[in-house]
Design a binder for this molecule. Structure first.
Ligand code: SF4
Ligand code: SF4
Length: 406
């Protein structure tokens, strides 16, 4: 087991953490390239255009370096579901890194199922078949320490993180039932191996603490660059149960908070309502205020989708009330929508049961009483919704939730 105290990624000898902290006073740069469809050559061309104002891929990757590409491989879903980073985006990033002379590996750790299974089903394995790309080690863990972390000074992450000189994260732009939005920062939760993600869900319970943990993971793993797949995004009940929505954009930047903040603007979502960006702002982790972000590349105003379907948020209203944070968190748990199984759609695959972090699982689709969800033990993490391949899990809203949110 490796013990990694610090790692450097930048050619200029500057580590990612110091770079990100500075970005709250120095404008972070986010680049946008417009593109209409997932055609391989067009995606490669758009990614080149997107990276050009940032200095090209060569600003992040040097000859001979080990580069880890970290797409969003949330599970074994076909690319058309828009849950996972599209194969042509992954391929374009891999080609650019190879052309820069890097040794490239790829990996992610789905919450349930295998990385290999997810790669095969979403088409990433096929898209990389003719390229010299290794599978990164997402089967073993390494221990990392970072004294600046808020929740976990010591973190167990995929050994692939220790093996890499440079991490390039390739997130998918999506709404998220629990975390409101998932993009560049959230993508690093996949560096925690499979079932351990459920352990963190259970231990931390509130999404505010989970957001701090994910900032800790980013602070520790130090991705050098995010290239976000916003060509076809996911709206509604993401990260797996929503609907594809054409957005037509690739976004890139070294400041992952800034990339997420701009992605939120594209879907007409206030970045201040996103727990991960709140946690980033509290920690001074990157640029979360739009006035601190320098936008370059194609004009972004025409890409904004005003009616992008978001997650109905009770918390936004609760924040207006003069209540202490612990009470808001408590109320949110009481009033948060509860998962329910749609029996007609359920195929009894038990993926939700296996992925539930509660012990014993708070969801049991085979419960003979017909009470499939235990509302008393359910912590409203919505992992079951994320893992369901059939979109057979919906949410039951409390009367107060319905009253306050139309
Ligand atoms: S039933 Fe679903 S929402 Fe509730 S704790 Fe289990 S996985 Fe999380
Ligand atoms: S994951 Fe979905 S389809 Fe599978 S048992 Fe659970 S509710 Fe049913």
């Amino acid at each position: 087991m490796a013990n990694i105290a610090a790692r450097k990624h930048f050619a200029a000898g500057e580590d990612c953490f110091s770079r990100m902290n500075k970005s709250s006073t120095t404008p972070a740069t986010v680049s946008i390239a417009r593109i209409g469809a997932y055609e391989e050559d067009a995606v490669l061309d758009a990614m080149r255009r997107c990276l050009k104002p940032l200095g090209g891929i060569e600003s992040f990757v040097r000859q001979g370096q080990n580069v880890l590409l970290k797409p969003n491989l949330i599970g074994a879903f076909p690319a058309e579901r828009a849950c996972t980073t599209h194969p042509s985006v992954v391929r374009a990033a891999a080609l650019l890194c190879l052309q820069a002379g890097a040794k490239v590996s790829i990996g992610d750790s789905p919450g349930i199922g295998s990385m290999e299974g997810a790669m095969a089903r979403c088409g990433v394995a096929g898209a990389l078949r003719d390229l010299d790309i290794a599978h990164a080690d997402f089967h073993q863990e390494a221990e990392f320490e970072n004294s600046a972390n808020v929740v976990g000074r010591k973190l167990m992450l995929a050994k692939a993180v220790a093996d890499a000189d440079v991490i390039i994260t390739l997130p998918k732009l999506k709404t998220h039932s629990q975390m409101v939005f998932t993009g560049a920062l959230k993508n690093q939760f996949g560096l925690v191996l499979g079932a351990k993600k459920a352990h963190y869900h259970y231990r931390l319970k509130s999404r505010e603490w989970l957001a701090q943990l994910i900032i800790d993971i980013n602070r520790t793993a130090k991705p050098a660059l995010a290239i976000m797949d916003g060509i076809v995004a996911m709206e509604g009940m993401g990260p797996a149960g929503g609907e594809p929505r054409a957005l037509g954009a690739i976004l890139a930047g070294a400041d992952l908070s800034a990339v997420d903040a701009i992605a939120c603007k594209l879907i007409n979502l206030d970045p201040a309502t996103v727990p991960l960006l709140q946690a980033a702002a509290q920690s001074g982790f990157g640029a979360t205020y739009l006035e601190h972000i320098n936008l370059v590349g194609d004009a972004w105003e025409e890409l904004v989708v005003c009616d992008f379907k978001k997650i109905p948020e009770l918390l936004n209203i609760l924040r207006l009330l003069p209540l202490p944070a612990f009470l808001i968190a408590h109320l949110r748990r009481i009033w948060a929508p509860r998962p329910r199984i749609i029996s007609e759609l359920c195929i009894k695959c038990m993926a939700c049961h296996r992925g539930c972090p509660v012990d014993p699982p708070a969801i049991d689709p085979k419960n003979p009483t017909g009470h499939f969800v235990n509302d008393d033990t359910c912590i409203r993490c919505y992992c079951c919704h994320e893992f369901c391949p059939e979109k057979a899990i919906t949410f039951k809203r409390s009367w107060l939730h319905r009253l306050l949110i139309t």
